[in-house]
Ligand binder design. Structure first.
Ligand SMILES: [Zn+2]
Length: 286
């Protein structure tokens, strides 16, 4: 069973080529910055040559809000705004295949569920630490969307600090614990250097990671109090901070999570890295 997983990002479109849910190859296509260019990409020889009798379909992940099988909003990629990607897929390849579309954080969570760190855990929260903090909930192996399609906006859980968030609120976990926010508070020092400095005992770096780790612990505790989810998987460029975050997260969970201690939780790093998007997109079909 062959299928494609497409991950549309701000700088490139990545396409994963799959056979029986196994990623054979992932290719990047730059310069796709209009719907017409995307339609053209769907006719690329790489794709046409891949499609044979065992081909079942194409899934797409986008960095925006998805509803009614359409991109409802996509502030970072204007050409995707209101785009009917499912219609474009049907037009390109006909109605004989399955097509899927979902938000990129949900898709990355599904990728980890099928091919990565979540494969042993039917129910978990995926938290992606990058420019912001995104998330996706996998419940019994399926993405939980919520009635409005916006479940899993973990980045905007309030965690009791005074920093303003890009969303307009104050105290969001994203405003203290996203990779970008940690770097900004370290005068632009890249995150790997902050982690290395913390390991060397640098007080300022340790403080930054303690603050961000505690805020994430609070967010995790709130998610757990509401849902009793016990497994949390960290992805994105900031995930390696977990090495330093872990004791702080554990401490807050133990303090804040009624009836449970840190031992009841599994908090781990994602394993697919940049491939999570194409893996999850492909998992939307089949
Ligand atoms: Zn916010």
């Amino acid at each position: 069973m062959k299928k494609l997983g497409i991950d549309i990002g701000g700088t490139a479109v990545k396409i994963g080529f799959f056979n029986d849910s196994k990623l054979l190859e992932c290719k990047r296509y730059a310069g796709v910055d209009t719907l017409a260019a995307f339609s053209e990409l769907l006719q690329h020889p790489d794709i046409i040559e891949f499609i044979d009798d065992s081909f079942i379909g194409i899934g797409i992940g986008v960095p925006g809000v998805v509803g009614d099988n359409c991109v409802q909003s996509c502030p970072n990629i204007p050409w995707l705004e209101k785009a009917d990607l499912m219609g474009i897929l049907s037009k390109a390849h006909g109605d004989g295949y399955q097509y899927g579309l979902d938000n990129d954080a949900n898709v990355a969570a599904l990728g980890e569920a099928v091919n990565g760190a979540g494969s042993a855990h039917p129910t978990f929260a995926f938290i992606t630490i990058g420019t912001g903090i995104g998330g996706g909930l996998i419940i019994d192996g399926q993405i939980f969307h919520g009635p409005g399609g916006m479940a899993g906006e973990i980045g905007h859980i309030a965690t009791g600090h005074e920093f303003a968030c890009n969303c307009g609120a104050v105290g969001c976990v994203e405003a203290i614990a996203s990779a970008t926010n940690i770097e900004n508070r370290a005068d632009g020092k890249p995150l790997p250097e902050i982690i290395a400095a913390a390991k060397d005992g640098d007080y300022a770096s340790l403080q930054l990671l303690q603050q961000s780790g505690e805020a994430l612990g609070e967010a995790i505790a709130q998610i757990a109090l509401l849902t009793d989810i016990r497994v949390f998987i960290f992805g994105g460029g900031g995930a390696p901070c977990l090495e330093i975050w872990q004791p702080h997260i554990d401490e807050v969970i133990s303090q804040r999570c009624f009836g449970r201690t840190a031992d009841d939780f599994t908090v781990i790093q994602a394993t697919l890295g940049n491939d999570a998007g194409v893996c999850g997109a492909a998992a939307l079909v089949g």
